[in-house]
Write a protein that binds this ligand. Sequence first.
Ligand code: FAD
Ligand code: SF4
Length: 502
Amino acid sequence: MSFFETPTGDVTLKAKVVIVGSGPGGTFTALTLAEAGIDVVLLEEGHPYRNVPLDMGVAVGRMYAEGGFRTTEGDPPLPVAGGKALGGSTIVNSALCFRTPPERVEEWNQESGGAFSDTAAFHALQADIETLLRVAETPDALLSGNDLAHREAARALGWREGNLRRNTPTCVGCGRCNQGCTTGGKNSMDRELLPRAAAAGARIVVGCRVEHLATGRVEGTVVDEQGEALGHLRVDADTIVLSAGSIGTPRLLLDSGLVDREGPVGGGLRVQPVVSVLGYFPDRPIFRPGSTQGHFSDQHADDDIIFEANPTFGSQFAAMPFYGASMHEHAGNGGHWTSTGALIRDRPSARVLPTSQGKARIVYESSEEDHRRLLKGLRLGASLWLEGIRAKHVVLGLFGSSLCRTMDEVDAKLAGLPLGRMVLYSSHPQASCGMGRATSPDGEVLGLPGVVVADASVLPSNVGRNPQISVMTVSRIVAERLAVRLGGTVRPLLPETVDQPG
Ligand SMILES: Cc1cc2nc3c(=O)[nH]c(=O)nc-3n(C[C@H](O)[C@H](O)[C@H](O)COP(=O)(O)OP(=O)(O)OC[C@H]3O[C@@H](n4cnc5c(N)ncnc54)[C@H](O)[C@@H]3O)c2cc1C
Ligand code: SF4
């Protein structure tokens, strides 16, 4: 029997708590509340993807918010990727796992008004979550050709580096995590934790797009996989938990007219932009299949820049700016390229606005400080390939010509470079309903008793690393506090039978 319901017409339900969204935030909340004995319904707009569509266009079109075309307003437009599926963005994420840096937990405690004063408990919980997800370092055998080149280059420059930790216990290294895992190798939320929540009594209903929030109820539309309406949705509940992600949660609050559009909800959004640099090695084959992303360097983390070997599956090179004969040469030599991404921990840079014409509105403006970091990320990425392992040339992630053979050419290209020339990407929106600004330390939206946020949006600020483990940790803390307020008894996260990793 399935652990979720797929309605084909109207849905009318009642529960003590209704949760909107089934990513890490919604999953940890449903699990915690259901195991505490609380009557919970979880609604997810997307559908289940145990059998992932193999066609990349279909996979992205169905499993990503707005078919993969969710983008900011501003110069440059910045894609903000997010999953739309049972399991949320974990269905399409690269499964990289970072713990929250200790200094960030201290900051968050200050910013939130004391929500994380027991820092030891925070870190212990995070260790339990990693055990639960069976997180482990990517073994060398699963490093892709790009990961191996990334490692060689980082070591040649003397950078601090390592293999990435991932929640992929049975990964076979096909490299297509961002289009959904076809082998079940990735421990996304739909594999173990949502079924466990359902076993504890949570009702999980897919194809339910929530469009309006009111005191004690949510309403919307029941939709099929293509988004076609099948019926009306209404769930009455004493408490509403918003886990629709850092774009979806403020959107719902704003669209429902429950909060001021100039206020803290939707403001303070951080997008953690990534800018990429490719290296070209005509005399050296680079490509070998492996994990989607297996290697990183945090050598420049003190300046809030992290380098991660980029995914090299499929058509990612199509996005790079080559023209004419140069395009012909490069496209024909796809296996001779490397790619790194500089991930920037940005300052508050963006705002979510009410929905317009069915689409999210996200306004992005980089600060001077972030602009400087992005330029530095491009320069260091170029140095990785040119000075680390002597690429013939590099291509900077810029609109227009950006091919450079030497660091002098790189410096000439970067001098005075406006932000609008950069090809940026984001898949880590965070902090758009930040604790301490938009919510209480318990995650309750200020001025809206009974409406709680548990997802990436409630982080007080951004992690500066890939955030899923942090989102799970903070959501678990919010959910435990809610369970206690509702009279439940919180159960341990780790069943006694789970093996501790060696
Ligand atoms: C391509 C990609 C790669 C990533 N790689 C990594 C990585 O390797 N490591 C890492 O740590 N992080 C990664 N992330 C980020 C990480 O997955 C997210 O930070 C995390 O999943 C956020 O959890 P969440 O619960 O806030 O929201 P999400 O996981 O985004 O889930 C929100 C869910 O809510 C649903 N929803 C939204 N609005 C509504 C509505 N109105 N009604 C009903 N349902 C709704 C959505 O369909 C979605 O399923 C990646 C993200 C993406 C998109
Ligand atoms: S690399 Fe392939 S097998 Fe491994 S977790 Fe990702 S999609 Fe699954």
